[in-house]
Design a protein around this ligand. Structure first.
Ligand code: ATP
Length: 310
């Protein structure tokens, strides 16, 4: 029996993420920022089914607005498949069916999850058997958030977020996400942050050249304590996202006044993430936010990274 007959398709699931801490360092000469972040993978996942093909093709379905998702070589999932083929010398192709649940341009790393899922799916389908470090190296070439989507769980990211170290984490954290119909561009958010810091240079003071994750965050994750984590949440991009999307400020206030321990913009936004004390509190908050006219989802973390299922 050939490998193609034995494994006609491979299904992989990969998680979206919330940055529970995101400190953005000063703008570097190369235009990038040094980051210090704590990632938590959450139970809002992307799924990819990979099947053998002569070429490289894909189709996208999903529960989210798919406007703006390319289905050609601009898509990170197809780029991941092509990169793996090029690096391993695999001569065939793949058809990827991507089912998206993570909001597009929502600040939860959906495209990165697709890339990680495609790497794992093609590696299994093609039987290329790369080691974890080899897959990680390819992931980092595809984008700063891709290595974390591969790894999942809880991790500390430095550099551009792609240099990962595992963080000890216990228990379960319940989140309510409020999604937006329209995404925001991550580069635009960084540009807005730089402009904001320039305007307020005197008040803000010097920006850390070498940011680092606050010890309180690590402590809260290790203790599995949502109240402690709520007090330590930080996202330096939030000020910039709220300038681009001032409508989000009142939703943050509403969520915090309606039972959340704390609310934060997820990554570059515009998805909002509310941390809750218990699953029951999260279910109640979700219902309140829905009743107020928002699209709200109850998720939890940490969950594993990209993995073959079924
Ligand atoms: P990040 O926070 O990592 O910048 P995000 O979660 O805000 O990402 P994504 O949904 O990952 O945003 O994608 C941002 C843009 O990347 C999209 O607007 C789209 O043009 C492009 N893109 C490429 N591949 C994908 C993919 N597989 N899914 C979604 N968008 C993709």
């Amino acid at each position: 029996m050939t490998i193609a007959e034995e494994f006609p398709s491979v299904r992989v699931r990969a998680p979206g993420k919330i940055n529970v801490y995101l400190e953005v360092g000063a703008l570097q000469e190369d235009g990038y920022h040094e980051l210090a972040t704590a990632f938590q993978a959450v139970s809002l996942c992307e799924e990819i089914v990979a099947t053998h093909s002569d070429g490289f093709t894909m189709a996208v379905t999903g529960t989210v607005d798919l406007d703006g998702v390319p289905v050609d070589d601009r898509n990170l999932a197809l780029r991941a498949a092509r990169l793996l083929a090029a690096e391993t010398g695999y001569e065939g192709g793949v058809h990827l069916e991507v089912h998206k649940q993570v909001p597009v341009a929502g600040g939860m790393g959906g495209g990165s999850a697709d890339a990680a899922a495609a790497l794992v799916a093609c590696d299994a389908l093609w039987d290329t058997r790369l080691s974890h470090p080899e897959l990680h190296r390819l992931a980092a070439r595809l984008g700063a958030d891709v290595p974390f989507a591969l790894k999942g769980g809880t991790a500390i990211g430095t550099g551009r977020g792609d240099v990962l170290n595992p963080a000890l984490a216990r228990g379960r954290f319940d989140w309510v996400l409020v999604t937006s119909e329209e995404g925001v561009s991550t580069p635009k958010v960084y540009g807005e942050l730089d402009a904001h810091r320039e305007r307020h240079r005197v008040d803000i003071g010097p920006i850390a050249a070498r940011p680092s994750v606050d010890a309180e965050v690590l402590h809260a994750l290790r203790a599995g304590d949502p109240a402690m984590l709520a007090a330590a949440l930080r996202n330096d991009l939030q000020v910039a996202t709220l300038r681009l999307r001032p409508d989000l400020a009142s939703i943050l206030e509403y969520g915090e006044a309606s039972g959340a321990l704390a609310g934060i913009v997820s990554g570059s936004g515009p998805t909002l993430a509310f941390l809750c004390a218990t699953p029951e509190h999260a279910a109640e908050l979700r219902a309140l936010l829905e009743a107020d006219g928002h699209t709200a989802l109850h998720v939890h973390g940490p969950v594993p990274g990209a993995r073959v299922i079924g």
